[in-house]
Design a protein around this ligand. Structure first.
Ligand code: ATP
Ligand code: MG
Length: 211
C-alpha cells in the first residue's frame, strides 16, 4: 500500500512503476485505486489501449474502489489470483482516517513517499508515527531526491530517526512523465536510463513482503 497525507508526492507514480516492475519479474499483479481522482485507473486504461496495439506490453489490471468499501475491495483483491496487489490511496488521510488505518493494518507493507522538503517532512513524519503506533510495517521513500544536495542528507537523517527508509530513492526523472503519459512504467521503456531505480525499489519491497 502507498499512502501519504500530502498531495502530489508520488503515490500513484510509485504504484504504477512498482506494478510494472512486479509484472516484469513474472508476478501476476493488480492495482486497486482508492483515490476518487482515479489517477492509477486512468493510467491503466491508457495501458489497455496501448496493449491492443502492442500485445507484448504486460497486463497491469487496476480496479477502482471506494475507501468506505475497503473490506469488499480487499476481498475482491484476495480472490483475484494476483501474486501482488498495490493499493493507491488519496491524500488528506484525515478525511477517511478510520478506513485508511484499517486498510493499512491489512497491508503487508506500506510505503510513505516524501520529497526532501520541510513541508513534506512536517506531513509525512506524524503519519509514520501514527502508522508505527498502529503496528503497521512501513518505510519512507524519498522521491524527487538529489543526493548531491545538502537538503537530501538533512531530510534523510530526520526520516531515519523516525522510521525505516527505503535504501533506493527516486531522483526527479523526465522518463517518469514520458512513460506514464503512454500508460507505461519506466521499466517498459526500451532504452530507459532509470529502470534500475524502480527495479531496486521493487527488490526491496519484494524482500520485505517475502515474495
Ligand atoms: N520522481 C519524479 N520525477 C519526475 N516527476 C515525478 C516524480 N514523481 C512524481 N512525479 C510527477 O509529479 C506529479 C505528482 O505525482 P503523483 O501523481 O504520483 O503524486 P500523488 O502523490 O499520487 O498525488 P495525489 O496526492 O494527487 O494523488 C505527477 O505529474 C508525476 O508524474
Ligand atoms: Mg495519486
Amino acid at each position: 500500500m502507498v499512502s501519504s497525507p500530502k498531495g502530489g508526492v508520488g503515490k500513484s507514480t510509485l504504484c504504477r512503476n512498482l506494478l510494472v516492475c512486479a509484472a516484469h519479474s513474472g508476478k501476476r499483479v493488480l492495482g486497486v485505486d482508492f483515490d476518487a481522482q482515479g489517477t492509477l485507473a486512468t493510467w491503466a486504461r491508457r495501458r489497455e489501449t496501448l496493449r491492443a496495439a502492442i500485445p507484448d506490453c504486460l497486463p497491469v489490471p487496476v480496479q477502482q474502489a471506494e475507501l468506505a468499501d475497503w473490506r469488499a475491495a480487499l476481498e475482491k483483491a484476495r480472490s483475484s489470483g494476483a501474486d501482488v496487489v498495490f493499493f493507491d490511496t488519496p491524500p488528506s488521510v484525515e478525511v477517511n482516517i478510520s478506513a485508511i488505518l484499517s486498510l493499512s493494518a491489512e497491508a503487508d507493507f506500506l510505503l510513505v513517499p516524501c520529497q526532501p522538503s520541510q513541508d513534506d517532512l512536517d506531513s509525512a513524519t506524524p503519519w509514520m508515527t501514527r502508522l508505527s503506533s498502529a503496528g503497521v510495517r512501513a518505510a519512507f521513500v524519498l522521491n524527487k531526491a538529489n543526493r548531491r544536495t545538502r537538503s537530501f542528507g538533512v531530510i534523510r537523517t530526520r526520516l531515519l530517526s523516525l522510521g525505516h527508509v527505503c535504501p533506493v530513492e527516486i531522483p526527479a526523472l523526465e522518463e517518469i512523465a514520458e512513460a506514464s503519459g503512454k500508460g507505461l512504467g519506466v521499466m517498459d521503456l526500451s532504452r530507459s536510463q532509470s529502470a534500475e531505480v524502480f527495479e531496486g525499489m521493487w527488490s526491496y519491497v519484494a524482500r520485505e513482503v517475502q515474495l
